[in-house]
Write a protein that binds this ligand. Sequence first.
Ligand code: ATP
Length: 250
Amino acid sequence: MILQTHSLSKSFGGLQAVSDVSLTVKAKSIHSVLGPNGAGKTTLFNLITGAIRPASGTVQFDGKEITGWSPNRLAEIGVVRTFQRTSIFRGLSTLENVALAIRSHRRLNYKVRVSREISESVREEALRCLHNVGLGNREAVMADNLAHGYQRALDIAIGLALKPKLILMDEPLAGMSRGDRQGIADLILKLRDEFGLTIVIVEHDVGMVMKLSDIITVMQNGRVIAEGPPASIREDSNVKKAYLHGSFAS
Ligand SMILES: Nc1ncnc2c1ncn2[C@@H]1O[C@H](COP(=O)(O)OP(=O)(O)OP(=O)(O)O)[C@@H](O)[C@H]1O
């Protein structure tokens, strides 16, 4: 088990956003969290990645307690989060974007300055990251000029620059065309199969989640209502009820 949460809970005012959630993620797996709007998925991600502190419960990574750790500290031990809204610098090329992440990872620059000087070793590593996400021939393209699907791939390349073991992806397929969604889904599979990464995904595209995931956790009203491989989730009576209520986005 690479990631575990134990009885995580968080409420906002009187609203129990995440309630007693214990999640166990196997190394080198794709583990998705599904659920209707307001189910608590983003709050769960925020609790795991230290954006907010749980009222109770703990988070463990690789046997180490990481509850409430900052994003920088998490990145140091290999836990990286990518965001639905891409966190790229639009006025820089794809290569410059990845180079910035590599330099910050190498701690050459505590304060990340937007500089165009890139050493040969950073450049080589950045090119490798770009190649790994299918942007190998787009090193000089300004991020702004990349098609939407490629921007999401660049976001993942920036995550890879931090040499993660675990990537948490916030709606990686959101707002994309069908073709782009398939491209990113293939990339996520490659991260697991070729690079041995563990990927935890919050995603609304149920069809793609069913195809991609090793394990799916379904949440509703802050609680886990079902967990298992896609085939069993598809047949789960609680999940079917959630579908019947029309609360899942398709
Ligand atoms: N900072 C906050 N302050 C108050 N309420 C919040 C806050 N963040 C989340 N909530 C509430 O907690 C509940 C869970 O929200 P959360 O965003 O985690 O759900 P979600 O499953 O990610 O939903 P979506 O699929 O719409 O993104 C919702 O009712 C939401 O309104």
